[in-house]
Design a protein around this ligand. Structure first.
Ligand code: FCB
Length: 477
């Protein structure tokens, strides 16, 4: 960005008195390895489940793959320079497991590690705190071939990989997230199959969810010893789940979806137990015999921070007997045992993903985690929106995305005022990227990427965010 101090495209900041965040609030932006790096076959990297999946016909829109993506692997320094121009205090990235440990077992690949060492060093040299996510969905294909996350051994492999990263970067990286959104890995990857590896078995999805959390717990224990000064956490995608009416049937539908979407992960990780009602709901899917003695103690190993990704709200209604509801959440098979719950759209404004824009839901979510689960510091590790962007005279004036960020930052501030120890916020995403099954057709970035030329254009939202960071706040309502 040529001049980060350029006033924002919309005049809100200058017209209203400032709304200030607590000192030291960690302003960041996030990305993920497979979504931006490209260089899929370089530097000793082997295939992940997303390489296999995206190269399988019919799995992604227009057959898009992450082979090149934003070519970030080759443009690391330019991209860090853009982050510095934005004034980011922190950058959340993920490590590609098959780049640093090809095949998912055995020794480290020095060339792969070197990429992340350079990234971290350049971030630190620019005063940007690196925030490392170990697993943002790119399981080495060999581990999937050996059973994937439904297989218990994958959890142990994940802890080994965590240690390998601790050896390489433990001296420089303070913030470590084990998993990004295990709900997606488990229920989209193994339930509905709309994400890699594309398997469709409800019981496998539940097993995968458990083994992901077991891997998280084992990794936390390993990292705790290897990097005692680290701040360890996990990132969950959480949704308020609201019944469309207060009828008992609708309320029960909301309870079920809340169980699968939120409490499946919150309760074991932060309370050391699966909720009884969830286990009962899943009885026709699995008897939970994959849960071994001692697992929940590992899974609930103490953390330092909790990361929350927030995008939208689920509004649900009771099943209608004899009717299969239209798949609202991509495919109903991602709700094992509750496939017949209906997802309702209320006609409120949505993003280009079709997700309802609901900033008050972020306040609800943050308050719930704090008030019902934990006193730990919380971070919004992702929040953002896809909208159709247009380049006009070399600029992208993304007013809708800017308004989305503005509303959700106000919500974050409201949560802080209500007593939530929210310590930071990461915009999703730093730049447009490979949006999984949607390929390059959905743009979430504050920076526009021209995928043919691999040029970057900071959008209005990026200039605005730079100003928010500079002021440590925004305008009051
Ligand atoms: C989240 C993912 C992230 C991105 C956003 C839009 O579920 O963590 O990689 O796809 O959604």
């Amino acid at each position: 960005m040529s001049n980060p101090a350029t006033p924002p495209a919309v005049g809100v900041l200058d017209e209203r008195p400032p709304l200030t965040f607590p000192p030291g609030f960690l302003w960041g932006a996030a990305t993920a390895a497979y979504q931006i790096e490209g260089a899929a076959n370089e530097g000793g990297r082997t295939a992940s489940i997303w390489d296999t999946f995206s190269h399988t016909e019919g799995r992604t829109v227009a057959g898009h793959t992450g082979d090149v993506a934003c070519d970030h692997y080759h443009r690391l320094s330019d991209d860090v320079r853009l982050m510095a121009e934005l004034g980011l205090k922190s950058y959340r990235f993920s490590v590609s497991w098959p780049r640093v440990q090809p095949g998912g077992s055995g020794p480290a690949n020095a060339e792969g590690l070197d990429f992340y060492q350079r990234l971290v060093d350049e971030l630190l040299a620019n005063g940007i705190e690196p925030w490392l996510t170990l697993y943002h969905w790119d399981l080495p294909q060999e581990l999937e071939d050996a059973g994937g996350w439904p297989a218990r051994d994958t959890a142990a492999r994940f802890a080994d990989y965590a240690l390998l990263m601790a050896d390489a970067l433990g001296d420089r990286v303070k913030y470590w997230t084990t998993l990004n959104e295990p709900w997606c890995s488990a229920f989209l990857g193994y339930g509905s199959g709309v994400h890699a590896p594309g398997r469709t078995d409800g019981a496998d999805a539940v097993r995968a969810g458990h083994h992901l959390m077991l891997g998280h717990g084992l990794a936390v224990q390993a990292l705790r010893t290897a990097v005692p000064q680290a701040q360890l956490g996990v990132t969950l995608n959480l949704y308020p789940v609201t019944p469309i009416s207060d009828s008992p049937g609708d309320a029960d539908a909301a309870r079920r979806i809340d169980g699968l979407a939120n409490r499946f992960f919150l309760d074991p990780i932060l309370r050391g137990a699966y909720p009884d009602d969830l286990v009962a709901d899943l009885a026709k899917v699995t008897d939970f015999d994959h849960v071994h003695e001692g697992d929940l103690a590992v899974i609930s190993s103490p953390l330092d921070v909790v990361g929350i990704n927030y995008y939208s709200r689920h509004v649900v209604a009771a099943p209608v007997p004899g009717e299969q509801p239209e798949a609202y959440w991509r495919d109903q098979a991602c709700w094992p045992g509750s496939e017949d719950v209906r997802f309702v759209t209320r006609g409120v404004p949505v993003t280009d993903m079709g997700w309802e824009i609901d900033a008050p839901g972020l306040v609800e979510t943050l308050r719930r985690v704090h008030e019902e689960y934990t006193d730990l510091p919380l971070y919004v590790t992702e929040n953002g929106s896809a909208f159709v962007d247009e380049v006009v005279d070399g600029a992208v004036d993304d007013v809708d995305r800017l308004a989305y960020f503005d509303a959700h930052l106000r919500a974050s501030h409201e949560a802080i005022s209500a007593g939530v120890p929210l310590r930071g916020y990461f915009a999703w995403s730093l730049m447009d990227n490979f949006e999984w099954a949607w390929g390059y057709t959905k743009r979430f970035g504050m920076i526009y990427v021209d995928y043919d030329k691999q040029t970057r254009i900071p959008k209005s939202s990026a200039r605005w965010y730079a100003e928010v960071i500079r002021r440590n706040g925004l305008a009051a309502e």
